[in-house]
Each structure stands twice: as structure tokens, then as C-alpha cells.
Design a protein around this ligand. Structure first.
Ligand SMILES: [Zn+2]
Length: 555
């Protein structure tokens, strides 16, 4: 681990103008508060930055089963975390407390609430003390480790009681820097309290753009507020999750629209508790103690279940509520501190007990190392080439540790070639008409590999006017669906047609039709009862073209 050269400056303190609803009167909590160090260059910008970023989002009162009920059409970004990342909807919070402040203390320290290792925050409103005063000795958190290793840190919260954390880890109360360059005692470089979560995201994005945090924590209160006011299954609650989904979409936009973050940023998204009726305080109710946990980022296996990734150290608790002594343990929201540090290549939180071995591996079953990061720089996804085409595929690959042995290239799973020197490239000549998924697979010298893909299409040069000669994308309805859906497509003329379903790994799951069909509109029923829920591709091939459509099976 090299020194990361954080340049830290003197502290500034300022209070933002309060929002309309909460103009602060004397003694009342301000609706917005911001303290931090304005633009600082904590990390080298752009290429060569091998260290990833982690954005840790805690959604107050988020229930995973409600995400599933809303579906990908309503909450596409929360679904994206599941489809492209590793996740479980069956994580646990603290077994004794299903309320906000205790669980956030767990998430930030990877400690339980009670017991000698517990942080001791059993209360749910800030009483002005520090974690050290509550626990009896200093309680380190995720910010300690990130900060001490030279990363810039940020905390963006939508409830004023999170001042507990800002106070506990500020320039006076934070512990001395334990390693490398002395970056001072203030563990949270930028702290923003803003009750309006859209404005909170504005602030986060502005700070990240000006001076990226290596580790940032974002707390979004909307579902909890809607749940308490109207109920955890009310329309208002569903609407609040749609709102949160939009905020997470803005985080995706930030990550993908900035070369410093693209393919180098992990999102860790969890919740402090669920809820039922208009409350979540009953620690015996599974709707309160069940929370989701998603991890998304380079190398995280798409669609993987976190329990499947951790077969020896974690066990799905079903509907139960295992104590901390249970082994294997359930996945908990309190993994998030040590999991985030693991993703950053940093050691765990001193004094932590949950995932203290950092063995909750979003990245690899049984392995602590991150996968290599690979990115296709050309062509960009969605590019159309006129037939006849030769396509040059170019990729970058960062081993994160060790060295890249080679980058292999594939079209729809068929090998095109490999390159062992950077910049990695491959030329695919005489590409037939059709839609293709191009994949680059970076293989590290230890044999560990990661892939990245883009979708391209080779179109007829006359496609503009003579589009009728090509197949159109099939219509699939309903989609997403549970068991049965209808596929409708039109064929310009009598032709041989193959209709098949492929999984995300490019394996054919089922061939629905293979034979001759007359020109015109055709309908087929897809019975997917035997398919596991997830994303599939429908592929329609005629003698002239190949078109694909995406199927999403949700149950
Ligand atoms: Zn609440």
C-alpha cells in the first residue's frame, strides 16, 4: 500500500441556509449543516489511480421485499444493483435493536450494540455525548481506517441525530492518525446534514466532483419518514422508494460519467431496519430485522447471491434471527464498514467483530483480493456498424494486484483472440449482420479473471430505407414477468427462423422454435416456469439478421 498523499487543510465550518420548512429558530436543529474541507486533491485524478472508491449508502427503513414488489420498471437503479452486483434481501440488522441510531453505529463500526465489544448506542436520539463517552473507551469506525490510510472521506446524512458520529470523530475527539502520513484527528473530511435528500445528493455530487472521497457514506431518510407517517406498505412508502431509486440513479450517473470513478467505484447499499405498520421498533418482527445488502462495482459477480459467495462463513437465516454467536453468521448490515474497507484494500476497523476477518467477499468466494478491473474503451456500447464491418475492440485492464497476463476477446462467447500487451486490442473482421455482445476478459497472473462487455450491432448499409429487410426487435409482453410471457415479432418474408433464450453467461437455456415461417406477424408463448428469476436474452435469428430482446423474470 503506497502513501496516498492526502493534502489536508485547515478546518472550515459553515452552516448552510436552512430550507423553507425548517428555518432554524434559536435552539431548534437546523435543517441543513455542512462542515468540511473544500476542494482538496486527495487522490491523483484520472488514469493510474489503482485504488477504488467506495460509496456506502444506507437507506433508512428500506425493505428489500418492497423493491422486488415494485419491480425493475419502477425502481430500475435498485434493480441494477441486483442485476449487476451481488446482493441479498435477507441480511440482518442488530438482533437487539431495530432502530436507526444503534444500527448506523453498527454499520459504521462493524460492532454489535450490546456486550463488551458493542458500541453501546442503545438510544435513538442524539444526547450530545460521543461514542467514546457511551462505550467507555474510544470506538473507531470506517472513517478512522480510511482517513488514517490517507483517503479523503465524506459523510452525507439526512437526520440531525447523526451529529453523534461527526462529534465522535472530529478533530478534537477523533483518535490520533495511526499510520503513514499524519492526517490529523478529524476522520470525516466533509460532513453534510441536509434533511432534503435531493439537496443532499446535490452536495455529495458537488463534493465528489471537486475533490473525490475515497470513502463516502450517504444516509437517505425518505422511506423511514413515509413509513412512520403513512405505513410501510402505503403508496407514500412506495413512492419514497421510487425517489430513493432516482437518487441512486444519480450516483450511477456520477460514477459512470467521470473517468476517475468509472470502473473504479463500488456501491455498498444497505438499510438500518425495515418496518411494518407505522413502526419498526419491535426487534422480534422479521419485517423489522430483515434488510437488503447490495454490492456493485468492478469484478463483483453479476446477480450473485451474497450467501452463495460466502458459503463457509455466512448462512442464510431463513426467517430466523440468529444471535451474534451463530456460526456461520447471517450477512448483516454491519458488514458494511469492514466490507467497504476490504473493497478499498484496507484492513478492518480496530475493535470490530462483525466481518473482522473481512471474509464477507462480494468479490470472490473464499478470496480476499479484488478482481482485476477491465474496461472496453472502444467500441462503446450501442454502436452500430454498417456491413461489411471490421470491428476493433480495445480494452484497458488494471490488475489491482499482481500483473495482467492477457486480455481475451469474445463475441457472444466465441473467442476472437487475445492480447498480452497493453493497450489490449483485437480485430474482428468480416462480421456478419446482427447484434453481438463483445466481451473482454482480463486474466491476472494468479489466474483470477474479470470481464466487461458492450453490445454492438452490424446493420445493413441500406438499413435506413430498407429496414423492412431486417428483423425488428421482438415485442415481449408482459416483461418483466413471473412465468409466462408472449413474444411477438414480424418477419418481412418467409424465412428460416430460430428463436432461443440465452442466460447472462451466453448459454442457451432453451430453443423455442427452429424452422420456416411465413412473412407476417408471429406470436409465441414463453413458459419460463422452470427458469430461475433473473435476466435473459431472447435471440431471434433469420437468414438475414439477428435481433435480441431482454427478458426479466421476477417472482
Ligand atoms: Zn424510524
Amino acid at each position: 500500500m503506497t502513501a496516498r498523499g492526502a493534502a489536508r487543510r485547515s478546518l472550515l465550518l459553515w452552516v448552510l441556509a436552512a430550507l423553507a420548512a425548517g428555518a432554524p429558530s434559536r435552539g431548534a436543529a437546523a435543517a441543513a449543516f455542512e462542515r468540511g474541507v473544500p476542494p482538496q486533491a486527495a487522490r491523483p485524478a484520472g488514469g493510474g489511480d489503482a485504488y477504488p472508491h467506495v460509496i456506502n449508502v444506507s437507506v433508512d427503513g428500506l425493505r428489500g421485499d418492497v423493491i422486488a414488489r415494485l419491480g425493475p420498471g419502477s425502481v430500475p437503479h435498485l434493480y441494477r444493483l441486483r442485476i449487476e452486483g451481488a446482493f441479498t434481501d435477507n441480511a440482518r440488522n442488530d438482533p437487539d435493536y431495530t432502530i436507526t441510531l444503534p444500527n448506523h453505529a453498527c454499520e459504521l463500526t462493524s460492532r454489535p450494540v450490546l456486550g463488551p465489544d458493542g458500541h453501546g448506542v442503545t438510544f435513538n436520539s442524539d444526547d450530545g455525548r460521543t461514542l467514546e463517552a457511551v462505550h467507555g473507551s474510544y470506538v473507531a469506525g470506517v472513517f478512522d481506517v480510511a482517513h488514517d490510510h490517507g483517503l479523503a472521506t465524506g459523510m452525507y446524512v439526512s437526520k440531525s441525530k447523526f451529529a453523534l458520529f461527526e462529534r465522535s470523530w472530529n478533530g478534537n475527539e477523533g483518535a490520533p492518525d495511526t499510520t503513514g502520513v499524519d492526517d490529523g484527528r478529524d476522520k470525516i473530511d466533509v460532513y453534510v446534514y441536509q434533511a432534503n435528500t435531493a439537496a443532499l445528493l446535490d452536495s455529495f455530487i458537488a463534493h465528489m466532483t471537486a475533490a473525490p472521497h475515497g470513502y463516502a457514506f450517504i444516509h437517505l431518510a425518505d422511506p423511514d419518514a413515509a413509513g412512520h407517517s403513512y405505513g410501510w406498505e402505503s403508496a407514500y412508502y412506495l413512492e419514497s422508494i421510487v425517489k430513493v431509486d432516482g437518487l441512486i440513479g444519480r450516483i450511477f450517473d456520477l460514477v459512470e460519467g467521470d473517468a476517475r470513478f468509472a470502473n473504479a467505484t463500488y456501491l455498498v447499499v444497505t438499510a438500518d431496519h425495515g418496518g411494518t405498520g407505522t413502526d419498526h421498533a419491535d426487534a422480534a418482527d422479521s419485517l423489522n430485522y430483515t434488510v437488503p445488502l447490495s454490492v456493485w462495482g468492478p469484478g463483483v459477480p453479476a446477480g450473485a447471491d451474497l450467501y452463495w459467495l460466502n458459503p463457509s462463513t455466512r448462512a442464510n437465516p431463513g426467517n430466523g434471527k440468529p444471535p451474534y454467536a451463530a456460526s456461520p453468521a447471517p450477512i448483516r448490515n454491519s458488514e458494511s464498514a469492514n466490507l467497504s474497507l476490504d473493497l478499498l484494500g484496507l484492513p478492518g476497523v480496530p475493535g470490530s467483530v462483525i466481518d473482522a476477518a473481512q471474509d464477507c467477499d462480494a468479490i470472490l468466494p473464499g478470496g480476499a483480493e479484488a478482481l482485476p478491473a477491465v474496461f472496453i474503451t472502444s467500441p462503446s456500447s450501442g454502436t452500430s456498424f454498417e456491413y461489411p464491418a471490421g470491428v476493433v475492440i480495445e480494452a484497458t485492464a488494471d490488475p489491482l494486484c499482481g500483473a495482467i497476463a492477457r486480455v481475451e476477446f469474445f463475441a457472444d462467447g466465441v473467442a476472437l483472440g487475445a492480447d498480452s500487451t497493453s493497450p489490449y486490442a483485437c480485430i474482428w473482421t468480416e462480421v456478419p449482420l446482427g447484434a453481438y455482445r463483445l466481451t473482454a476478459r482480463a486474466v491476472r497472473d494468479d489466474g483470477i479473471a474479470a470481464t466487461a462487455s458492450v453490445d454492438i450491432e452490424i446493420v445493413s448499409p441500406t438499413a435506413g430505407s430498407a429496414g423492412q429487410s431486417l428483423l425488428r426487435t421482438p415485442r415481449i409482453y408482459p416483461n418483466p414477468f413471473g412465468r409466462r410471457s408472449t413474444i411477438e415479432f414480424s418477419l418481412p418474408e418467409t424465412d428460416f427462423v430460430e428463436v432461443a433464450v440465452y442466460d447472462l453467461l451466453g448459454r442457451r437455456v432453451e430453443r423455442l422454435f427452429d424452422g420456416s415461417l411465413r412473412g407476417g406477424v408471429h406470436e409465441m408463448t414463453l413458459d419460463a416456469s422452470s427458469y430461475a428469476p433473473g435476466i435473459y436474452f431472447l435471440r431471434l435469428r433469420s437468414s438475414a439478421a439477428v435481433v435480441t430482446g431482454k427478458l426479466m423474470i421476477v417472482r
